[in-house]
Write a protein that binds this ligand. Structure first.
Ligand SMILES: NC(=O)c1ccc[n+]([C@@H]2O[C@H](COP(=O)([O-])OP(=O)(O)OC[C@H]3O[C@@H](n4cnc5c(N)ncnc54)[C@H](O)[C@@H]3O)[C@@H](O)[C@H]2O)c1
Ligand SMILES: C[C@@H](O)[C@H](N)C(=O)O
Length: 373
């Protein structure tokens, strides 16, 4: 078929496609190719489809950060220990190494990533590697490499091997010109951090691969995530984790954001459950491929008030970090997650009072153990 005619057909297909993304791509396969890094024409696109009826075989990239170990633990309960491989470029602590399969994987090394997927018959990939907002601004070229080039490698491997791919996005994918309270799923996205730019890129590339190559791409925009037993990796919302350590240890906390900085936040258990739920949702239920998920929204002053109910001597002071403050001021105060609630039944369990109780109980127990030893 002449190239011009073929391109016309591609263009008319793209214009016909529903914006919601609920239909699988209908572009004839001979136009699509198998993946962007062209495999031989006779290669099987869904090379792992034999495993669909079995438990998924899972790979988590960047798994030693704040969220990956908890995700592995949740997925191992669901799918079996040996079906979930954690990976990272860092050396795992002993308890993580002993808890299940761990493998070295640098997402910038495409061949290494492909070998891991092939050798382990991976069917689901959770792509957690990233440089977060504050560290990204401190090292833009590394953030660009990890968050953008790394994502390209992951998308290509996932498309070539027919994987179901989860990539987290963030409140940081919005910017000062987005509506901030609440921020809908679809609105203007002009973030001003390399982190945010790379996450908008990830959302768009994932959706493009879905339409163009049939990649089963799923994405949630997480709020700031709060966890007790893992440390955040250099973000703007980190204060809301550190405050609990310091309240229990010293009875005081110096906050690097203004007292009235309102941001969306979520307890880690809700975040990981949302991640599993969207990955398990039937494709027909998904009217979009990128969803906001929301739980609570508070300011440092409101969080401090709640901590004070448990730690009466608690004191908070403010020493604002101008880089983090500027980032926070450009982010949503609240996410509108009504589509996630409607399409696949998303519902959060933890609001501010339960979050504070959980966090202080954990750190209180830890500090009592430390004192006893
Ligand atoms: N934690 C949050 O509040 C939050 C909120 C929104 C979105 N997210 C997203 O969730 C994901 C996980 O977040 P996190 O808080 O666990 O991040 P983190 O910064 O704590 O961990 C990221 C991990 O990526 C790894 N990494 C860096 N370069 C790599 C490379 N070249 N190859 C492989 N791994 C590499 C790091 O070693 C680190 O362990 C990220 O994509 C992040 O953008 C997190
Ligand atoms: C919000 C999120 O993406 C991350 N915790 C950050 O602050 O950078």
């Amino acid at each position: 078929m002449p190239i011009v005619k073929m391109l016309r057909q591609v263009a008319s297909w793209m214009l016909r496609s529903p914006a919601c993304g609920c239909q699988p791509p209908s572009l004839p396969r001979r136009f699509l190719g198998t993946s962007p890094r062209q495999l031989p024409a006779d290669a099987s696109f869904h090379s792992t489809s034999f495993a669909e009826a079995d438990q998924p075989r899972v790979l988590i990239t960047g798994g030693l950060g704040q969220l990956g170990v908890g995700l592995a633990s949740l997925l191992r309960k669901q799918f079996g220990k040996d079906n979930v491989i954690l990976s990272d470029i860092r050396k795992p602590p002993e308890h993580v190494f002993l808890s299940g399969p761990f493998i070295y994987s640098d997402i910038l090394d495409y061949k290494n990533l492909r070998e891991i997927v092939v050798n382990n018959r991976v069917t689901w990939l959770f792509h957690y590697s990233a440089l977060l907002s504050a560290v990204g601004e401190a090292n833009v070229s590394l953030a660009r490499a990890v968050n953008i080039t790394g994502l390209h490698n992951v998308l290509d491997v996932a498309a070539e091997h027919g994987l179901r791919l989860f990539v987290p996005s963030t409140i940081g994918a919005f910017g000062p010109t987005s509506p901030r309270n609440p921020t809908p799923d679809l609105c203007i996205q002009r973030p001003r951090t390399i982190y945010g730019v790379s996450k908008v890129h990830a959302e768009l590339m994932g959706e493009y691969y879905y339409y163009r190559y049939g990649l089963d791409f799923r994405c949630l925009r997480y709020p700031g995530i709060i966890s007790a037993d893992s440390q955040p990796g250099g973000g703007t919302t980190d204060y809301a984790v550190q405050i609990f350590h310091d309240a229990v240890k010293n009875g005081r906390f110096e906050c690097n954001l203004n007292p009235d900085t309102r941001l969306p936040m979520m307890y880690i258990d809700d975040c990981l459950r949302a991640t599993l739920e969207v990955m398990e949702a039937p494709a027909e239920a998904l009217s979009m491929r990128t969803y906001n998920v929301n739980a609570m929204s508070f300011t440092p002053a409101e969080l401090a008030q709640e901590v004070l109910k448990h730690v009466p001597e608690f004191q908070i002071t403010y020493n604002v970090d101008s880089v983090r403050q500027a980032i926070a001021d450009s982010w949503p105060m609240n996410l509108d997650d009504s589509s996630a609630r409607k399409d696949w039944g998303w519902k959060h369990d933890f609001d501010l009072p339960e979050l504070v109780t959980m966090m202080l109980n954990f750190h209180g127990a830890q500090s009592r153990v430390a004192q006893a030893n």
